[in-house]
Design a binder for this molecule. Structure first.
Ligand code: FAD
Ligand code: NA7
Length: 493
C-alpha cells in the first residue's frame, strides 16, 4: 500500500502526445527510446475542400517537404531557360499532374516511414482526435466516430495550426489553401494568392516559376516581421518573374463561381472607397493560420490559452499552466514556428522529463528561409528590430548587391541579389542580423547561423577566407556600410 501511494495512481501511459507532427513525433520517440510507455494520437481533419493526409503533420504532408519539392520544380524550369544560353536545347513543357504525383509519392513514403519508426520504437499510434475530458484523461475519437479513453501521467500538446479563411461568402467552398495546393489534382491556372506571409509569397513564387499567371493581393506590408528592405526585394524578385501585386487591397465580397473554374473576386482598397474586380481560375488563401487549441478540452483541465491568439503560453521548459501538461511546436505563444524548432523542443523536453537532462530549447537567433524562387535567408535581427533594441547609431550595417557567377552567362539581373549584415558597434561589431537574397540562400544561411551562435563578429568574417566562386563568399569581403552611402550596384550584361 505504502509503495502504491508513493508510485501514485496507475495510468495507461507515461506520456500521451496529442498531435503527430514535427514536435509531437520527436518528443514521443525520444521518450520511448528512454524506456517510457508512450502513445501518439494524430488525426487530420480534412480541409473544407476535402484534402486529407497521413501521419507526420504539416511539414511532411502540406508544408516544408512538398513546398520545397515544388520550389525545386520551379527552379528547374528557370534552369531550363538559363540552359539555352549554355547551349542546351529543350522543350519547356511542365506537367502539373506528373509533378504532383511524384511529390505526393515521396510525401506518402515519408508519412509511412513515420509510422514504421513509431512501431519500431514501440510507441502506440492511434489515428484518432484527442481531447481532454478530465485530469490525466483524454477521449480519442476515430474517423468512424468510435470513442476510446486513455490516461497518462504526462501530456504533450503538439497539435499545430491550420489555415485561416477570410470569412467572406463562398470562401470555404471556392478557395484553396496551402493544405490543398501541393496535391491539387489539376493545374490551378490563373491564380490569385491572398496574403503576404511567407507561405503566400512562396506559393506565388512556385506557381509563377511553373509558368502560371499569378497575382498577389496584399492588404499591407510584405512579410510582416521580416526585415522590410529584404521583404521589398523579395517582392521585386517575384515581380521580375511576372507576379502582379495588388497592394493595399482585401477581398470583401462574395467569391462567386462563374463559368466552370472561373472565380470572380471583388476587392476593396484598405485606404479608400476604391474597389476592383478580377477573374481567376484559382484563389489561394494564405492569410495566416489558427492554432488547433480550441477543441482540445483544455478548459476542462485548466490549461490557459491566449484569448487573442489561441496559442499556449509556456515557461522556458515548455510547461503549461497545468504542471503535467506540456506543449511544443506551432501552438506555442511567441516562439518561431518552424519544424527544426518543434523537433528540438520536443526532443529536449522528453530528455528533461524522462532522461534526467536539463538542456532547454534555445529559441534565440533561429535561422529561417523564405523559399521564393530567389531565396531569402536570415538569422537574428531585422534592421528595424535591431534599431529598436540597440538604436540605429550603435549599428554598422554592411551591405552589397551581388551578381552570382552562374547568372552572368545566363544574363540574369546583376542587381537582384543582396547581402546585408547588421553589427553591434558597442559589442566588437558582433553580427546580430544576417540577411541574404540569392540562389541557395537556405544553404548559405545555415552555415552562418552556426557562426552567429559562436559569436561571429565583422572582424571574424573579414578573417575568414572565402570559397571562390560562390555566393556565400560575399560575406567575407563586405566593405561598404549603408551609412557611407557608397554605391553597391553591380555591372551586368
Ligand atoms: P504539425 O506538424 O502541424 O502537427 C500537428 C498534428 O496534430 C497534425 O497532424 C494535426 O492534424 C494533428 N492534430 C491537431 N489536433 C489534433 C487533435 N486534437 N488530436 C489529434 N491530432 C491532432 N517550417 C520550416 O521549418 N521550414 C519550411 O520550409 C516550412 N514551410 C512551411 C510551408 C507551409 C505551407 C506551412 C503551412 C508551414 C511550413 N513550415 C515550415 C512550418 C512547419 O510546417 C511547422 O512549424 C511544423 O510543422 C510545426 O510542427 P508541430 O508539431 O507544431 O505541428
Ligand atoms: P502570418 O505570418 O500570420 O501572415 C498572415 C498574412 O496574411 C499577412 O500578410 C497578413 O497581412 C495577411 N492577412 C491576414 N488576414 C488577412 C485578411 N483578412 N485579408 C487579407 N490579408 C490578410 O501567417 P502565415 O501564413 O505566414 O502563417 C504563419 C505560420 O504558417 C508560420 O509561422 C508557419 O508555422 C506556417 P498583415 O501583415 O496582417 O497586414
Amino acid at each position: 500500500m505504502q509503495q502504491l501511494l508513493q508510485q501514485g495512481p496507475a495510468y495507461d501511459y507515461d506520456l500521451i502526445v496529442i498531435g503527430g507532427g514535427s514536435g509531437g513525433l520527436a518528443c514521443a520517440q525520444e521518450a520511448a527510446v528512454l524506456g517510457r510507455k508512450v502513445m501518439v494520437l494524430d488525426f487530420v481533419v480534412p480541409s473544407p475542400r476535402g484534402t486529407s493526409w497521413g501521419l507526420g503533420g504539416t511539414c511532411v504532408n502540406v508544408g516544408c517537404v512538398p513546398k520545397k519539392l515544388m520550389h525545386q520544380a520551379a527552379l528547374l524550369g528557370q534552369a531550363l531557360t538559363d540552359s539555352r544560353k549554355f547551349g542546351w536545347e529543350y522543350s519547356q513543357q511542365g506537367d502539373w499532374a506528373t509533378m504532383t504525383e511524384a511529390i505526393q509519392s515521396h510525401v506518402g513514403s515519408l508519412s509511412w516511414g513515420h509510422r514504421l519508426a513509431l512501431r519500431e520504437k514501440a510507441v502506440t499510434y492511434v489515428n484518432s482526435y484527442g481531447e481532454f475530458v478530465e485530469h490525466h484523461k483524454v477521449k480519442a475519437t476515430n474517423e468512424k466516430g468510435q470513442e476510446a479513453f486513455y490516461t497518462a501521467a504526462k501530456f504533450v500538446i503538439a497539435t499545430g495550426e491550420r489555415p485561416r479563411y477570410l470569412g467572406v461568402e463562398g470562401d470555404k467552398e471556392h478557395c484553396i489553401t496551402s493544405d490543398d495546393l501541393f496535391s491539387l489534382p489539376y493545374c490551378p491556372g490563373t491564380t490569385l494568392v491572398v496574403g503576404a506571409s511567407y507561405v503566400a509569397l512562396e506559393c506565388a513564387g512556385i506557381l509563377a516559376g511553373l509558368g502560371l499567371d499569378v497575382t498577389v493581393m496584399a492588404r499591407s506590408v510584405l512579410l510582416r516581421g521580416f526585415d522590410q528592405e529584404m521583404a521589398e526585394k523579395v517582392g521585386a524578385s517575384l515581380q521580375q518573374l511576372g507576379v502582379r501585386f495588388l497592394r493595399k487591397f482585401v477581398p470583401v465580397e462574395q467569391l462567386e463561381k462563374g463559368l466552370p473554374g472561373r472565380l470572380k473576386v471583388v476587392a476593396k482598397s484598405t485606404e479608400g472607397p476604391e474597389t476592383m474586380e478580377g477573374v481567376y481560375n484559382t484563389v489561394l488563401l494564405a492569410i495566416g493560420r489558427d492554432s488547433c487549441t480550441k477543441k482540445l478540452g483544455l478548459e476542462k483541465i485548466g490549461v490557459n490559452i491566449s484569448e487573442k491568439t489561441g496559442k499556449i503560453p509556456v515557461n522556458d521548459e515548455e510547461q503549461t499552466s497545468v504542471p503535467y501538461v506540456y506543449a511544443v511546436g506551432d501552438v506555442l505563444e511567441g516562439k518561431p514556428q518552424l519544424t527544426p524548432v518543434a523537433v528540438q523542443a520536443g526532443k529536449l523536453l522528453a530528455r528533461r522529463l524522462f532522461g534526467g537532462r536539463s538542456e532547454k530549447c534555445d529559441y534565440v537567433s533561429v535561422p529561417t528561409v523564405v523559399f521564393t524562387p530567389l531565396e531569402y535567408g536570415c538569422c537574428g535581427y531585422s534592421e528595424e528590430k535591431a534599431g529598436e533594441v540597440y538604436q540605429a547609431e550603435n549599428l554598422n550595417v554592411y551591405h552589397t548587391l551581388f551578381w552570382p557567377l552562374e547568372w552572368t552567362v545566363a544574363c540574369r539581373d546583376s542587381n537582384a541579389c543582396y547581402a546585408k549584415i547588421i553589427c553591434n558597434k558597442l559589442d566588437s561589431d558582433r553580427v546580430i542580423g544576417f540577411h541574404v537574397l540569392g540562389p541557395n540562400a537556405g544553404e548559405i544561411t545555415q552555415g552562418f547561423a552556426a557562426a552567429i551562435k559562436c559569436g561571429l563578429t565583422k572582424q571574424l568574417l573579414d578573417d575568414t577566407i572565402g570559397i571562390h566562386p560562390t555566393c556565400g563568399e560575399v560575406f567575407t569581403t563586405l566593405e561598404i556600410t549603408k551609412a557611407s552611402g557608397l554605391d553597391v550596384t553591380q555591372k551586368g550584361c
